[in-house]
Design a protein around this ligand. Structure first.
Ligand code: SAM
Length: 243
C-alpha cells in the first residue's frame, strides 16, 4: 500500500503531516489506548523511568502533543524544575494544555510551538530531552537530531521513543496485517478518519530501523547512543548522550 507520502515534495509532506494531526487531535488520546491496547502507557512509563529526571531538572518534551510525558515529568521536576512541551501543531498543543491544566498540572510547564528541525531554544538548555512517537513525522530527521544535541546541556540525555522494526518474523507478519488492514478500519469506525491511520501505518514502515537510527544519532553528534527494544521491537527506545 502506498499512501503517497514517499513521493510528495517536502513542503507538501509537511502540510499533510499537519493535516493528519489537526484531524486526529480531538481523538488522539482515546485512539492511542485503543490501537495499542493501552500498551503505549507501559512504553512511556519505561521511558520516564530510564530518563533519570529529578527535581530541579529542565526537560524538553519535543513533539509533546497531548502531553503524556510532560505530565509525568512535571511531577518529577517539582517546583524548582521546568518542563517545556514543544510541538509544531497548535491543535495538539491546545488539547494537551487544556488536559494538563484540568488535571492541576501547571506552574512548571511551558508550551512552545516550534519545528523540531529549527528549535526555538538556545544551546545547552536542557538536562533531558524526549521525543516520543514524533521523530517519524519529522521531514529532516538528521537536522532534528542535530538540533536536539545542540539544545542539550553537556551531560544531558536524549530519549527517542518510536515505532521500530519487529525482530521476530512471524510477529512481523501479524503486525503488518494489523497495521495495514485492521488499524485504518479502526480509525474509520472510531474516529471516522481512515486516511490518518493509514498514514500512521505507512510512516511506521518507512521509519529507520534500530541500528540505522542509532548510527544517525552518532552522526548528528551524540557521543554515545544505545537502544532497547520493547514489545519485540514494535517500539524501540533510543538513548543518546552529550558529553
Ligand atoms: N509525544 C506525544 C505522545 O507520545 O503521545 C505525541 C505524539 S504524536 C503521534 C506526534 C506529534 O509530533 C504530533 O503532536 C505532531 O504535531 C508532532 N510533530 C510532527 N512533526 C513535527 C515537527 N517537525 N516538529 C515538532 N513536532 C512535530
Amino acid at each position: 500500500i502506498d499512501f503517497g507520502f514517499s513521493e510528495v515534495p517536502l513542503e507538501e509532506k509537511v502540510k499533510r503531516v499537519k493535516g493528519v494531526f489537526d484531524s486526529v487531535a480531538g481523538n488522539y488520546d482515546i485512539m492511542n489506548d485503543v490501537m495499542s491496547l493501552g500498551i503505549h502507557r507501559v512504553w512511556k512509563r519505561q521511558t520516564i523511568d530510564l530518563s533519570g529526571v529529578r527535581p530541579g531538572y529542565k526537560v524538553l518534551d519535543l513533539a509533546g502533543g497531548t502531553g503524556d510525558l510532560t505530565k509525568a515529568f512535571a511531577k518529577r521536576v517539582g517546583k524548582t524544575g521546568q518542563v517545556i512541551l514543544a510541538d509544531i501543531n497548535e491543535s495538539m498543543v491546545r488539547v494537551g494544555r487544556d488536559r494538563l491544566i484540568n488535571q492541576g498540572i501547571s506552574g512548571n510547564v511551558d508550551y512552545t510551538i516550534t519545528n523540531a528541525e529549527a528549535l526555538a531554544f538556545p544551546d545547552n538548555s536542557f538536562d533531558v530531552a524526549t521525543i516520543a512517537f514524533g521523530l517519524r513525522n519529522v521531514t529532516n530527521k538528521d537536522q532534528a537530531l542535530a538540533e536536539l544535541y545542540r539544545v542539550l546541556k553537556p551531560g544531558g540525555q536524549l530519549l527517542i521513543l518510536e515505532f521500530s522494526k519487529v525482530t521476530n518474523p512471524a510477529m512481523a507478519k501479524l503486525y503488518d496485517f494489523y497495521s495495514f488492514n485492521i488499524l485504518p478500519k479502526m480509525g474509520k469506525v472510531i474516529a471516522d478518519d481512515e486516511a490518518s491511520y493509514q498514514y500512521l501505518a505507512e510512516s511506521i514502515r518507512m521509519h529507520p530501523d534500530q541500528e540505522t537510527l542509532k548510527q544517525m544519532m552518532l552522526q548528528a553528534g551524540f557521543d554515545k547512543a544505545e537502544y532497547l527494544n520493547m514489545s519485540q521491537g514494535i517500539v524501540a527506545l533510543h538513548r543518546g548522550w552529550k558529553y
